[in-house]
Design a protein around this ligand. Sequence first.
Ligand code: ADP
Ligand code: MG
Length: 360
Amino acid sequence: MVIISDDKKLGIRGKDSVTNTVRNPNIKAESIEYDKTFENSIRPKDFDSYIGQCELKETLKIILEAAKKREKPLDHMLFYGPPGLGKTTIAGVIASQMGVDIKITSAPALERPRDIIGILMSLKGGEILFIDEIHRLNKVAEEILYPAMEDFTIDMTTGKSQTAKTLRISIPKFTLIGATTKAGELSSPLRDRFGMMHRLEFYTVDELSSVVKRTAKILDVDITEEGAKAIAKRSRGTPRIANRLVKRVSDFAIVKYDGKIDDIVANESLDILKIDEFGLDTTDRALLNLIINKYDGGPVGVETIAAALSEDVRTIEDVCEPYLLQAGLLQRTPRGRKVSPEGYRHLGLKIPSEQKSLFE
Ligand SMILES: Nc1ncnc2c1ncn2[C@@H]1O[C@H](COP(=O)(O)OP(=O)(O)O)[C@@H](O)[C@H]1O
Ligand SMILES: [Mg+2]
């Protein structure tokens, strides 16, 4: 329930809420700002160009077809997993396939009750509301969302304490798509209100090769099969990184070669960018080296690591760690992070005998 003392405040959206409405059929952005970025210009807009995540696509195709046949809005959905794996993109694909508009916002932009009320009241029937970083929603915003998600209503109390009146407002049926890097931080009442939850997985080298070739084509860059594979291998299983590397390598190819990317050009430029054959960058290696050199390989707490690297704890947890953990170079223990024998090997270091006896 929301307490709003002034009726006029209803429906006013905070001026700093970052919201975009994207219109169909081709998800062209209304705001120029949204359209400007490289990322959005190469975002797949349908299931065919959305590479990999086959299980998810199959499930979604069925859900979407059923919703269309029933002429009902889709169930609320939650996508989670490390950054850059395609959570925002799949939300756009869903909207496009359903032929509905999508309003894009993120939890930090919904700080005040009127921010979320404003957005909910502006929704049209069948529309999709996409809330990024949904684990960061505050309690009040969450409580406004519960009845909105469940019964498509907003409960509001207007006026001062003695004269307070509760008002229940109906809003059109909509679909909430939430995205988060931390599903574990979502409160259980919120989690329970999603009809579908799906974890996005890291991509295989073959899938990333396809991402690289697709992006190269859009950018009009000439690339060989081996060149695409070389970039894919160093992209940490992440399309966003693959796309970024295509751009960097293509700059390098233009300046140093004839513009064409083959495996030699790709590997040479990625070496110069200090991205190793596992896709680890300077920060990742600094993290492993720190644990090894200062803390005997761990365990050490993430706060200590972040402080020593002058990085944000969130960046370490959300950006660096997921891939290091998945690649088996780092381990999470109740007492903190530990470098695995594989991590030592990757850095070309000898595994300390104590570690060896523990792990092998
Ligand atoms: N399955 C995919 N196929 C092709 N490109 C993808 C795919 N998933 C993500 N991308 C690309 O990676 C970039 C990051 O994706 P995004 O959806 O913003 O990730 P997230 O929201 O999970 O952080 C996008 O620009 C998009 O072009
Ligand atoms: Mg996103």
